[in-house]
Ligand binder design. Structure first.
Ligand code: NAP
Length: 296
C-alpha cells in the first residue's frame, strides 16, 4: 500500500526530488526552513507541513535532504523536530551527505522510538534531481531499503544497497575521493599541456577515449579550457564532503594523502573568495603556483 512521504529540505537537490515524487503520483508533505520555498511544491500538489515534527506525525516515511551533519541533527532533535513526531514504524530516509558516525548515532535515537533509518546520499547533481536520474547509495536493513525503494525510484535510476546503516555515507565518501583526486589529475594534465604549447582540444580528444579517460575529463575538461567556472558542484560543498572524508579516514586510521592535498588547495581558493565556483576551478590553485593559465 502506498505510504505518505514527508520531504524536509527543498534546496537545489530536495526541490527536484520532492517534485518528482509529486509528479509520480505520491502523497507528499513538504517542509522547508525558509517557508517560501514550499510554494512551488504546494502548487505542484504537495501539502505543506508546519514543522519537521508535524511532517513526521503525518507521514510514516520522512525523507531529509539538508546541507550538513549539524543540519540533519537540528531537523531531528530541535524543538518540533522529527524525533517529536515519529512513532513505531516510522522510517527516516536521509539523502543529505553527512558524517557516517553521526548517522549511526542519529539512527540509534530513531530506533529508541521504534523507528528505522536508511542513509541514502545521492550523486548526479541538480540535473539528476530534476530529471529523476540520481544514483543513490543506500545503507540500512534489507526490509527498510525495500520499503523506501519504490519512492526513491521517483528520482533515482541506480539504487544500490551497499550495507548496513552508515555504509551509504561511507560509499559517498568513496565517491568524493574519486571525484577530487581525478579532478587533481585533470588539472595537472591540462596545465602541463598548456605549458607545453599543445592544442588543448586536440589533446583532450587524443586521451579521453583511452585508459586515462574519465567523466571528469570528458565533462569538466572542455569547461576548464573555456574557463567556464559555473558550478555543477561548488567548492564550498565539495570542501564539506572532503572534511567528512578526512574525519572518517582519521577515525579508522587510514592515510588519504591525495584527498588531504586537494582539501588544502580548495582551502586556498576559498580564502580568495572562490568558494561558489565549480569544483573544476581546482586548476586555479595550480595556476597560482606555476604562473601558467589553462586556455588563456
Ligand atoms: P542547498 O541548495 O544549499 O539546500 C540546503 C537545504 O537544507 C535547504 O532547504 C535549507 O533550508 C536546508 N537546511 C540547511 N540547514 C538547515 C537547518 N539547520 N535546518 C533546516 N533546514 C536546513 O543544498 P543542496 O545542493 O540541495 O544539497 C543538499 C544535500 O545534498 C547536501 O548534503 C549536499 O552535499 C548533497 N548533494 C548535493 C549535490 C549538488 O550537486 N548540489 C549533489 C549530491 C549531493 P533553507 O532553504 O531554509 O536554507
Amino acid at each position: 500500500m502506498a505510504e505518505c512521504i514527508g520531504f524536509i529540505g527543498l534546496g537545489i537537490m530536495g526541490s527536484g526530488m520532492a517534485r518528482n515524487l509529486v509528479e509520480k503520483g505520491h502523497e507528499v508533505v513538504v517542509w522547508n526552513r525558509t517557508g517560501a520555498k514550499m510554494g512551488a511544491l504546494v502548487d505542484a500538489g504537495a501539502a505543506a507541513g508546519d514543522s519537521p515534527a508535524d511532517v513526521a506525525r503525518r507521514c510514516p516515511i520522512v525523507m531529509i535532504c539538508v546541507s550538513d551533519t549539524a543540519d540533519v541533527d537540528a531537523v531531528l532533535t530541535s524543538d518540533d523536530g522529527v524525533l517529536e513526531g515519529i512513532s513505531a514504524g516510522s522510517l527516516i530516509v536521509d539523502h543529505s551527505t553527512i558524517s557516517p558516525a553521526a548517522t549511526v548515532r542519529l539512527s540509534n535515537e530513531v530506533a529508541q522510538r521504534g523507528g528505522a533509518w536508511v542513509d541514502a546520499p545521492v550523486s548526479g547533481g541538480s540535473e539528476g534531481a530534476v530529471r529523476g536520474t540520481l544514483s543513490i547509495m543506500a545503507g540500512g536493513a534489507d526490509e527498510d531499503i525495500d520499503r523506501a525503494r519504490p519512492y526513491m525510484e521517483a528520482f533515482g535510476t541506480t539504487i544500490t544497497h551497499v550495507g548496513p546503516v552508515g555504509a551509504g555515507q561511507r560509499v559517498k565518501i568513496v565517491n568524493q575521493i574519486l571525484v577530487v583526486v581525478t579532478q587533481l589529475a585533470v588539472s595537472e594534465a591540462l596545465l602541463f599541456a598548456e605549458a607545453s604549447g599543445l592544442d588543448l582540444n586536440a589533446t583532450l580528444d587524443a586521451v579521453k577515449g583511452g585508459a586515462a579517460g574519465s567523466w571528469m575529463l570528458a565533462n569538466r575538461g572542455p569547461q576548464m579550457i573555456e574557463r567556464d567556472w559555473r558550478p555543477g558542484f561548488t567548492i564550498d560543498l565539495q570542501q564539506k564532503d572532503l572534511r567528512l572524508a578526512l574525519q572518517a579516514a582519521d577515525a579508522i586510521g587510514v592515510p588519504i594523502p591525495g584527498t588531504a592535498l586537494v582539501f588544502q588547495m580548495y582551502r586556498a581558493l576559498q580564502n580568495e573568495g572562490l568558494g561558489d565556483e565549480g569544483n573544476h576551478a581546482l586548476v586555479k590553485a595550480l595556476e597560482k603556483m606555476s604562473g601558467v593559465e589553462v586556455g588563456a
